[in-house]
Write a protein that binds this ligand. Structure first.
Ligand code: F0G
Length: 457
């Protein structure tokens, strides 16, 4: 059997929405060129996110039927906790409704005004939850991460030199925690090596600073470690993931990615005193510690999903799917963040649409064109997401790269769907000069990409 083959067959199917070009033109105008505001029934291939969009397995649905919906102490919680403990080694498993709730509970307890969190890259909600406590979220990505075309295998690593410099310097006492995001979603979905994680853990231990994993894509990171890090070849993704969790003091885990569930997550903690400090906020805002905002069926499905996500045959087929889409993009002459990871392919819109300056949002231009030509929804990760203007609308900051993320929901789309994306990309890349830039007509002061309105110029 080859790794190209998906290790499952399809038992239930859902018709794809199909639209005409005039319908898509009208839809884009109606939502003011903000793809978050499209109705899902207007989207044919939805690559907006790999979060909560995976297909459930027969095993997960069976577990859901057998779930226990008791308010406290349900069997579902115990099965879920056993699975999470076995994977992570953390004695305290606090269920939450999704990853950002774990962020809020942990950061409200450990961070606060004057405190700093250090990370290879904070995801946007993670940064927002640090800042909401009054703390500062500081990214320390490794230098290789800045080179979009570079083939370095672990561009998700933290910059160890900068980490040591902060922890040896005058700000050390303000550092509340170090957070390693695996894989590094904010940085092209690039993996973190075990060598980097091991050294980061040693630095943290020496300075008495707790280390946490933002482990949304723990299984995909573990897989890429077995594929790219010589010392781990021949190990199973399960073994690598276990070792990664053991290096840290706890984790924030959005189950909507490698838990392959529509909703769910957990905060894992080694320290009993810290778990006791986190519990009151968990109870007040999420729920009693044996359900934390989830139904029993959600916890049972997550317990099964965490194991299914570590199946080497599944991970190999996922790697092949991303590689296939990456190859189609390259063949069309569209540059991508190299080397592709597993959960998404990041397109270099800035280079493809060189005639559109950063403040006319080449990433958003490509995302809108993918929708217009092919009914494909993606997300801009460029100057619309990261840039800023002054009060007169003059651009004052732009993103280092104008990217578009094509996220791959788990077990949802086949190679035929990805070929459609490849065909549409080739069509756009054939006449890039036809793609217009965009101007902001309305925006919110924070997280503007979710609510922004635009028009073509
Ligand atoms: N951490 C990472 C690395 C993430 O990618 C996400 C979500 C979260 C935390 C928050 O988890 O959504 O369960 O609250 N990422 C999604 C995405 C939304 O599209 O990349 P959540």
């Amino acid at each position: 059997m080859t790794g190209r083959m998906e290790p499952y067959r399809i038992k239930a199917v859902e018709p794809l929405p199909r639209t005409t070009r005039p319908q898509r033109e009208a839809a884009l105008r109606r939502v003011h060129y903000n793809l978050f505001d499209l109705r899902a029934e207007e989207v044919t291939i939805d690559l907006l996110t790999d979060s909560g969009t995976g297909a459930l397995s027969a095993g997960q649905l069976a577990a859901a039927m057998a779930a226990d919906e008791s308010y406290a102490g349900s069997g579902s919680f115990h099965r879920f906790r056993d699975a999470a403990r076995e994977l992570t080694s953390y004695p305290h498993i606090l269920p939450v409704h999704q990853g950002r709730a774990a962020e809020r509970v942990l950061f409200s307890t450990l961070v606060g005004p004057g405190k700093i969190t250090l990370s290879n890259t904070h995801f946007d909600t993670t940064r927002a939850n640090v800042e909401l406590t009054g703390g500062e979220a500081r990214d320390l990505p490794c230098p290789q991460s800045r080179d979009v075309d570079g083939a370095a295998p672990f561009k998700g690593d933290i910059d160890l030199e900068s980490l040591r410099a902060v922890l040896d310097g005058p700000e050390a006492s303000r550092v509340a925690l170090v957070l390693m995001t695996v894989t590094n979603n904010g940085c092209g979905g690039q993996p973190v090596s075990m060598a980097n994680l091991t050294e980061a853990a040693a630095v943290c231990r020496r300075h008495g600073v707790p280390l946490f994993l933002d482990a949304a894509r723990f299984a995909e990171n573990a897989w890429l470690v077995t594929r790219r890090e010589a010392a781990y070849r021949g190990r199973t993704p399960h073994q690598v993931a276990q070792e990664a969790f053991r290096l840290a003091d706890g984790c924030l885990l959005s189950g909507k990615k490698d838990g392959i569930v529509h909703i769910g997550g957990f905060l894992g903690l080694r320290d009993s005193a810290l778990a006791r400090r986190c519990e009151p906020l968990l109870i007040a805002t999420e729920g009693f510690p044996t359900y934390g905002g989830l139904a029993g069926r959600d916890m049972d499905m997550m317990a099964v999903g965490l194991a299914e996500a570590l199946d080497p045959a599944y991970l190999a087929s996922r790697e092949h799917a991303a590689a296939h889409l990456a190859a189609r993009a390259r063949a069309a002459g569209v540059g991508i963040v190299e080397p592709p990871g597993l959960h998404a392919v990041y397109l270099d819109a800035g280079r493809l649409l060189g005639h559109i300056p950063a403040h006319r949002f080449p990433g958003q231009a490509l995302a809108c064109q993918l929708y217009l030509e092919g009914g494909i929804r993606s997300v801009e990760l460029g100057s619309l997401y990261l840039g800023r203007e002054d009060e007169h609308g003059e651009p004052v900051a732009s993103a280092p790269h104008e990217l578009v993320r094509l996220a791959l929901p788990r077990r949802v789309y086949t190679r035929g769907h990805l070929d459609h994306v490849g065909d549409v990309l080739a069509q756009i890349a054939g006449e890039p000069g036809k793609v217009p830039g965009y101007r902001i007509t309305e925006q919110a002061p924070v997280l503007r990409h979710f609510r922004v309105r635009l028009e073509p110029v």
